[in-house]
Design a binder for this molecule. Structure first.
Ligand code: AMP
Length: 398
């Protein structure tokens, strides 16, 4: 099915063609006509499926037909969990809307208010924002919601995991009634459904059957290893394998910094992004990684949230994430849009609980391997697939 059948204007089709997209992905085929009909939508789709374009393209289409906004007003609002994702989505808005006359802005915390306030003075058509900063600026009367026509809650599960529910509810309560609402989430868990019930009247629901976790394009496996051998094993893998670039996920910012110095001692240059580094240096490292000058990037899950890099050949979980959906998000960074990828997890006995949750979430066991010289002394037991944790750490699920 070509893009031309979806009801998008020639200007949008042109920018999509310039980006080299041959045809719409499954989520785009399903979502775009629904959004163009003006319906509310709930979509279960993960990063890597092309979900961003599935709401940005029809949003551009609809807003390009209407009036431009007044001062301090916005017409399309996209709420996202992190600043990295805000930047990424807004970049997509610019790319896809290159041949249109719409304005956009990424708004997020951790940086000066002044430039964002300044950008809002003349109004923007599409605002991509993290909930906390948006509420702040709304409270300062820098932005008004009375002309909002469309709302997108992107990565809704993630926003709830990160504790944004109160901010989101405040925003929802201040938006005009009868606007078009779209919600995208990797999973439609109970808290997400609860949010959808309060936020979205009469939605059409779609889901992309294959989640990235089981995409054929990802060679997914784990290597069992003792915890104290992980950094030596990682060094071995980075040296032996022919990966042009690797994104390495790790649980904590201290762990990230330590790992980078351990790799450096063994002659491997790596960089880290985590919440302990300021926004400017995170952005710089990310740009260098995107440009290919940084080959190995060690990232904590939150810092890496908005990273969008095509053709990433390999993602390594240095430790296993919690909650399990993070695993799916993380490995979705590879094997995107048709290219092959490897997703490798280094799993020690300590990771067993998280492993059970991840494999239960996937509904299947992950292929196991050992590497000569690194066979673990402490075995990692085989998971129980219907594992239910005694204490769920996510308060919103209780
Ligand atoms: P997303 O799921 O929105 O994070 O998108 C994943 C990646 O797929 C991004 O790098 C997009 O640029 C790319 N992409 C989105 N739609 C298409 C398409 N129709 N054809 C090829 N690549 C696409």
């Amino acid at each position: 099915m070509p893009f031309s059948t979806l009801g998008l204007s020639p200007a949008i089709q042109k920018s999509v063609a310039e980006l080299g997209y041959d045809q719409p992905t499954e989520i785009q085929q399903k979502a775009i006509p629904i959004v163009l009909r003006g319906e509310n939508l709930i979509a279960a789709a993960q990063t890597g499926t092309g979900k961003t374009a599935s709401f940005v393209l029809p949003m551009l289409e609809m807003l390009s037909k209407g009036e431009t906004q007044r001062k301090k007003r916005i017409r399309g609002l996209v709420l996202v969990p992190t600043r990295e994702l805000a930047i990424q989505v807004e970049q997509n808005v610019q790319q896809y809307g290159k041949h249109l006359n719409l304005t956009s802005l990424a708004m997020y915390g951790g940086v000066d208010y002044a430039p964002q306030k300044q950008a809002l003075i003349e109004g923007v058509d599409i605002l991509v924002a993290t909930p906390g900063r948006l509420i702040d600026l709304y409270g300062q009367h820098s932005v008004h919601f009375d002309e909002v026509e469309m709302l997108v809650l992107d990565e809704a599960d993630r926003m709830l995991d990160m504790g944004f529910i109160e901010d989101i509810n405040k925003i929802l309560a201040r938006l005009p009634e009868n606007i078009q609402n779209l919600l995208f989430s990797a999973t439609l868990s109970n808290p997400v459904r609860e949010l959808a019930r309060t936020a979205i009247d009469n939605p059409t629901e779609i889901s992309i059957a294959k989640h990235s976790a089981s995409k054929d394009s990802i060679n997914q496996y784990m290597i069992t290893v003792d915890k104290d051998k992980k950094s030596a094993l990682l060094t071995h893998l980075l040296t032996e394998r022919d990966w042009s670039q690797v994104l390495i996920f790790i649980g904590t910012k201290h762990g990230a910094a330590k790992l980078v110095s351990q790799l450096e001692k063994r002659g491997i240059a790596a960089e880290a992004i985590h919440s302990g580094r300021n926004q400017a240096s995170r952005a710089r490292v990310l740009d260098e990684f995107k440009a290919g000058t940084v080959k190995y990037l060690v990232a904590t899950g939150v810092a890496a949230r908005g990273i969008d890099i095509d053709d990433l050949p390999c993602v390594i979980n240095y430790d296993l994430p919690f909650p399990a959906d993070d695993y799916v998000h993380r490995i979705g960074r590879t094997g995107r849009a048709g290219s092959k990828g490897e997703a490798v997890s280094l799993v020690s006995r300590d990771d067993f609980k998280n492993l059970c949750m991840i494999e239960s979430r996937l509904g299947h066991l992950i292929k196991r391997k050992t590497v000569e010289g690194f066979t673990p002394v402490k075995d990692v037991p085989i998971s129980v697939l219907n594992y239910v944790p005694k204490h769920k750490r996510q308060p919103l699920e209780s």
